[in-house]
Design a protein. Structure first.
Length: 159
């Protein structure tokens, strides 16, 4: 797989994650939107939102998602532009790993304490996982010194 494709997948995961985090914020504020996501007593955004367990360290969980995905997009852009300095790519991997760890905590709260899963949040966890896998692949390439793809040459090129 080309490095450009991995950058694209990482950015796509973070971009879609940002959009779904914004939807999670909107459904928290607008009770009518919660109904769209509540399909059963287990898959219910309304139950999760009304549980009183959607804050971490005093911050609403959707703010963690919005801020985290913005940070991932920002550091992915910096890391891509600074490909010669692998520290940016390593920091991106650290950031996405922290995001995945936080997502596992959120999922634990949903499953073990609330006994319901928010489908919008689950989509966010999935998109965060895509960004995480992409950032890990980029870090491996940075470690190997192969972050830049070789220029494409045509088979007819003269040497």
């Amino acid at each position: 797989m080309k490095t450009r494709d991995i950058w694209s997948a990482t950015n796509l995961g973070a971009g879609l994650g940002l959009l779904t985090a914004i939807v999670a914020a909107a459904e928290f504020v607008d009770a009518q939107l919660r109904g769209i996501c509540s399909v059963s007593s287990f898959f219910s955004c309304a139950l999760v939102d009304k549980s009183g367990l959607t804050t971490t360290l005093g911050i609403q969980d959707y703010f963690w998602g919005i801020g985290g995905f913005i940070a991932i997009l920002l550091f992915a852009a910096i890391a891509e532009r600074q490909a010669a300095d692998p520290r940016w790519t390593y920091f991106l991997a650290f950031l996405t790993t922290a995001g995945v760890a936080l997502a596992f905590y959120f999922l634990y709260v949903e499953l073990a304490l609330i006994h319901a899963v928010c489908l919008v949040c689950a989509a966010d966890y999935l998109f965060g996982g895509v960004a995480w896998i992409g950032s890990l692949a980029l870090s491996v390439r940075a470690y190997r010194g192969t972050l830049d793809d070789p220029p494409e040459t045509s088979p007819d090129a003269d040497d």
